[in-house]
Design a protein around this ligand. Structure first.
Ligand SMILES: Cc1ncc(COP(=O)(O)O)c(C=O)c1O
Length: 435
């Protein structure tokens, strides 16, 4: 067949005609041929340090041999099981392994394939179990692209454009952003501002007894790597407890070691009722989970939700290997240690470049916010992109975030070494100097 004989180079020329433009605008579209550990290799023979981890997925590095081997061994047995028609050992074993590393009480699972699906499951279950219609989400949040997930998403209005009417019953409160709070940039004010916006919803739009759940990313990811003060999440816990509302943590991006603990819920020491997890769970194999306590999830009755591919045996086998590797290689400790070195290095670079408005991070969830250097804090997405492009030219792949793309996020695999972090710092410093 002629199409089988096209070279990779020829196929790359067809990206714009063959792939939906809804995603094809993305950057940098590297033509990968191979990936190993922290490195990506492209069709034109170049080597890049991958400080995106495929957007927070390959936390153990690309092609980790143990994960790969677990997947291959499972593939030799069978590679599909529609849960319910057949069961399989990796799935059931995972339900025993994950509760040991998840926040307390997270012991029942619905497995899906993507972060969006995990969010859909969380929203549907919260409504189903509570019998209440309302959902509170937070401005600037990102929860995915399926209808329920995009309905609670507000990072960019273009993600919602032409899709109205979205799922009804959703109300937006303000996320506590200590870098950009309208009443003053202190943690206390950011928390007070957010809590007041929740009270406004309760007073004017929907009574708390009608609210099924609050859904929040404990650290906003696509929204710009915004780390709220711990009191913000504690206040959400308090308000939810007071009114019998489920607190959903969307840890699709912050989970599986990214913030230095297995989950941000543990980094912040705040307990959710329901979680959505995905990305790093299987280091690149498609798997996600809606998770809750047995008390909550067992009230989601047969027929209420389902899946054909969710809990795929190969992905579950990979996820089990991920958990083994995380222990064997002290991945959480490395995330914390390398995160500190990285953050310190970036703070040092910040002293020379007034356009770096903020440097922030926990573990290896690290970001720089790029602003106009005139004290206004006005975002400068063009400069952020110019820095990313220069860094790419020097062999480092980072990625943008934030409502205008003004944030540079740097999320290397959690197994990154000190030498690799220092190399990335060197490239970033050179790139800043060049823009
Ligand atoms: C916090 C959060 N939730 C949900 C999603 C959606 O995940 P997916 O793209 O796998 O559907 C993402 C993806 O970036 C995310 O960061």
């Amino acid at each position: 067949m002629a199409e089988q004989s096209l070279s990779y180079k020829q196929l790359l020329n067809k990206v714009r005609t063959n792939l939906a433009p809804s995603l094809a605008e993305d950057w940098p579209e590297l033509p990968a041929v191979r990936a190993e550990g922290v490195y990506l290799y492209t069709e034109d023979g170049r080597e890049y340090m991958d400080f995106t981890s495929g957007i927070g997925v390959t936390n153990l590095g690309h092609n980790h041999p143990k994960v790969l081997n677990a997947a291959i061994e499972q593939m030799k047995k069978f590679s599909h099981s529609a849960v319910g028609i057949t069961l399989h050992e990796p799935l059931l074993r995972l339900t025993e392994v994950l509760p040991k590393v998840m926040p307390e009480g997270m012991d029942m699972f619905f497995f899906g394939n993507s972060g969006s699906e995990a969010v859909e499951g969380a929203l549907k279950m919260a409504r189903y179990v509570s019998g209440r219609p309302g959902i509170i989400a937070f401005t600037g949040g990102f929860h995915g692209r399926t209808y329920g997930a995009v309905s609670v998403t507000s990072v960019k209005s273009k993600y919602r454009k032409h899709y109205e009417p979205l799922v009804p019953g959703i109300y937006f409160a303000d996320f506590a952003n200590p870098y950009r709070c309208p009443i003053g940039d202190t943690p206390e004010k950011a928390v007070a501002w957010s809590v007041a916006s929740i009270e406004k919803i309760f007073n004017h739009y929907i009574q708390p007894t009608e609210v099924a759940a609050m859904i929040v990313e404990p650290v906003q990811g696509e929204g710009g790597y915004i780390f709220p003060p711990v009191e913000f999440l504690k206040e959400l816990r308090r308000i939810c407890d007071e009114h019998g509302i489920f607190l959903i943590f969307d840890e699709v991006q912050s989970g599986f070691g990214r913030t230095g603990e297995m989950f941000a819920a543990q980094t912040y020491d705040v307990r959710p009722d329901i979680m959505a997890v995905a990305k790093g769970i299987a280091n690149g194999f498609p798997l996600s989970a809606t998770v809750a306590s047995r008390d909550i999830m067992s009230r989601w009755l047969p027929g209420a939700h389902g899946t054909t591919f969710g809990g795929n045996p190969v992905a579950c086998a990979a996820a089990l290997a991920v958990q083994e590797v995380m222990k064997e290689e002290n991945v959480l400790e490395n995330s914390r240690k390398m995160g500190t070195i990285f953050l310190d290095g970036l703070k040092k670079i910040q002293t020379s470049y007034p356009f770096i408005g903020d440097v922030r991070g926990k573990g290896l969830m690290v970001a720089l916010e790029i602003v106009k250097p005139d004290g206004s804090k006005n975002p400068d997405p063009d400069k952020a992109m110019a820095i990313l492009q220069k860094a790419l030219d020097h062999g480092l792949v980072g990625y943008m975030a934030g409502p205008t793309g003004q944030v540079i996020r740097l999320i290397p695999p959690l197994v990154v070494t000190k030498e690799q972090i220092n190399k990335a710092l060197e490239i970033l410093e050179v790139s800043m100097g060049e823009v």
